[in-house]
Design a protein around this ligand. Sequence first.
Ligand SMILES: Cc1ncc(C[n+]2csc(CCOP(=O)(O)OP(=O)(O)O)c2C)c(N)n1
Ligand SMILES: [Mg+2]
Length: 571
Amino acid sequence: MYTTSSAFLDALIEANVSFIFANLGSDHPALVEAIAEARAAGRQIPEVLTCPNEMVGMSAAHGYWQASGVPQAVVVHVECGTQALAGAVHNAAKGRAPMIIFAGASPFTQHGELKGSRNEFIQWIQDVHDQRGLVRGYMKYDNEIRTGRNVKELVHRALQFANSEPKGPVYLMGAREVMEEEVKPTPNDAAAWRPIEPAALGTRGVEQIGTALASARRPLLVTSFLGRNPNAVGPLTSLCRRLGMGVLESVPNAMNFPHTDPLYQGNQWNHPNQNPVLAVADVILVVDSDVPWIPTVSKPGDGARIFHIDVDPLKQQMPLWHINAEGVFAADAETAFGQLNSWFDANPPDAASVQARADHYAASYAERARELHALERPPAGGAVTSEYLLARLREMAGDDLLFVNEGISHYHTVFNHLALDRPGSIFTSGGGSLGWNGGAAIGIKLARPDKTVVSLTGDGSFMFTVPSSVHWMARRYETPFVQIVFNNRGWKSPKLSTLAVHPEGYAARANQLDTSFEPAPDYVGIAEASGGAWGRQVREAAEVDDALAEAFRVVREEKRCAVLDVWLPHH
Ligand SMILES: Cc1ncc(C[n+]2csc(CCOP(=O)(O)OP(=O)(O)O)c2C)c(N)n1
Ligand SMILES: [Mg+2]
């Protein structure tokens, strides 16, 4: 038998989908049957991963794409499972992570008119007015499969949207009767549904940007996520070096530029102070950034000339957005840097100016390096600090490490002290819905089994990941990773948010703000019970080296997760 569901699976294979992150229900008999039939017949289908929690499954699909560039599939149960995707929907949309989500829908017949007609009470209860509307504000494309005769077309069209810039998740739903419909197999025409080719700058744009950069005294590139495409980092590095252009990251989402290069000028988050490098830059090239600066605290100087190159310069999903750019370009960063590099081949910049700029940035780089280094010294008394821990991790880390950063109030600490220089070596969710790191670590390990994955998470964010599901899946699907919990006994960030607006109010004087996790949960115990993880608590700086070494050994040799519950000063 060949049904809509069989054709759906074939379409996924044609689209190079290796995994279906699935959470099944009464809407899926046709799909479950088609999967079983394909297995019995030896027909190729994606591997199905059972995801006890939908958000974990979708975060895994997100992580898989981040580490491989290949979108995967998520299957969930009607509107309930769609809602249970929860904040992963936000993260994929904001992080522009492509994937295809399929949800069944309640049968639309109730007297047995068609195969798949209603036979369970829940099918009346789960029939809602606008299932697709639940996620429409976040999906690049959504549609309903109405017949098996064009299901493959819908899958390929959906993925064409997902894979075209600005990328993002797409959603299909199909009712039971439709997914049961018998159809004839059709040929593979996935190649006819290619994503839009990367966009280039126009000749005038290249000239405009090139001329401005050539004459700048303090040219500065500001970026957040150009390194989502690891191939953009090389051309950027060449461009910066030949110009003596500094690089400032704003809320980085990837390894955008080698942090060991003297042109690197640090990363700015919610720091409540004007960034000094940004203040004096006279020509600023913003490339792939959703928040290049926060104007109430930090912005370019008044006379600065700003150019903006972005996969989505209009920020189509952001109702309020503006930077005062004299040139705005929708272009692919790797392509644009290639064009600018060619322009500078033909128009070599003045060597003395380049040297002067590079010297200036190198001096501020050295100053920053000294400050960071001082922070890494273990404090008197022996307690562990995040800076010390990260410095040790940096020293002990091999070149095979991939980092997952959901450190929240430690986001910048992680970027600062790991000082990474390998493109594609660190990932963040790109959004603001906490709990992405556990699922993401699974997806990243699935995509890159040769790598050692290290997830760095706040204690609150550990709890948001649904750790029981994460650690069960990690064991079941053999995706061991190191997970380091920055345990400050609660949510520091909401406290910082309050104090930033009310520095001298009641909250500032209160002895607790309902953000504490005392008594602290046993994070190692949770992971151990759910997935047989190894783990230990770390309270002293002197314990760090042993704990890290053992964690790496366990993950690499015993192939199980290792959780280090690192006790930092109370938030
Ligand atoms: C799903 C979700 N719920 C709530 C928040 C609001 N929020 C932002 S940061 C934060 C605290 C996170 O705690 P933790 O991971 O321990 O990091 P810390 O702030 O302590 O560094 C919270 C609750 C959010 N961003 N996402
Ligand atoms: Mg915390």
